[in-house]
Design a protein around this ligand. Structure first.
Ligand code: IPE
Ligand code: IPE
Ligand code: MG
Length: 252
């Protein structure tokens, strides 16, 4: 049972807290195989890790978490694993939406419709509907999500508006682009966190992460706890985010 505000586990005081954390939940398969289990057992163990991370994020004051659950490239996996992941995503949403709702979490979906199981889409839309008035933390589930695909989908919709005379060519700005993303309200990513030691984005939130602090932890996703996320936030607080600026400070 994952508890929010567990009195035995209090977060440290942070000097700075990221508003938006993007998490690539990676390493489930390796976690399971190392224990002599099949990959699906690793995905099952990842459920509690996600709840822990959400609880830890709320307790730290983070307002947005975006979790990479299934990429547009994950269709390349075995039919069995794909089937399991589709069913499991649906099941977790259904099983956990009330708990998340009671925590004040607003659930959103970022991803593409084509190929995604209609039952998964329905579950995502139902979770969005039920939690739409919550505002403590927005959890965006990236399911059938690809960063390039998101940009392409936006570009194609903008092109439609241009040809319908609703958008003036030559007037498209970063703000316009933002309006056409899957979840336009999502702020830029402050902390991009990946588990399992892999050091790549794997097509996650390309537009939104242009100035994110990148962090790659060796811990496998099923081993993530709220303490892991607190350590990451603490280390984020010590990063010097310059956004292109510079300060002259020669040593005497
Ligand atoms: C992440 O764990 C979960 C998904 C991609 C759905 P993996 O399944 O990628 O686990 P590894 O990376 O093979 O260990
Ligand atoms: C990224 O992990 C996708 C998700 C966590 C959902 P992958 O395990 O699919 O990424 P690669 O194949 O190592 O790049
Ligand atoms: Mg992986």
């Amino acid at each position: 049972m994952v508890q929010l505000f567990d009195p035995q586990r209090r977060p440290p005081v942070f000097s700075k807290v990221p508003k938006h954390i993007a998490v690539v939940m990676d390493g489930n398969g390796r976690w399971a195989n190392a224990r002599g289990l099949t990959r699906t057992e690793g995905h099952k163990a990842g459920e509690a890790a996600l709840l822990e991370v959400i609880a830890g994020a709320i307790e730290a004051g983070v307002t947005h978490v975006t979790a990479y659950a299934f990429s547009t490239e994950n269709w390349k996996r075995s039919p069995d694993e794909v089937r399991f992941l589709m069913g499991y995503n649906k099941e977790v949403l259904r099983r956990r939406r009330d708990l998340l709702d009671s925590w004040g979490v607003r659930i959103r979906w970022a991803g593409r419709r084509p190929k995604l199981w209609p039952t998964v889409i329905n579950e995502l839309l139902e979770a969005e509907k039920r939690t739409r008035s919550n505002s403590r933390l927005t959890l965006t589930m990236a399911v059938n999500y690809g960063g390039r695909q998101e940009i392409l989908d936006a570009v194609n919709r903008m092109a439609d508006e241009v040809s319908a005379g609703k958008l003036k060519p030559g007037s498209i700005t970063e703000k316009t682009m933002q309006r056409f993303l899957y979840v336009p309200e999502l702020p830029d990513v402050d902390l991009f966190l990946r588990s399992s030691g892999e050091m790549r984005t794997s097509n996650f939130l390309l537009w939104q992460s242009s100035y994110a602090e990148m962090m790659f932890l060796p811990t496998l996703w099923p081993d993530f706890t709220r303490e892991t996320i607190w350590e990451a936030i603490d280390s984020f607080a010590n990063r010097d985010r310059r956004f292109g600026q510079a300060t002259d400070a020669p040593l005497n």
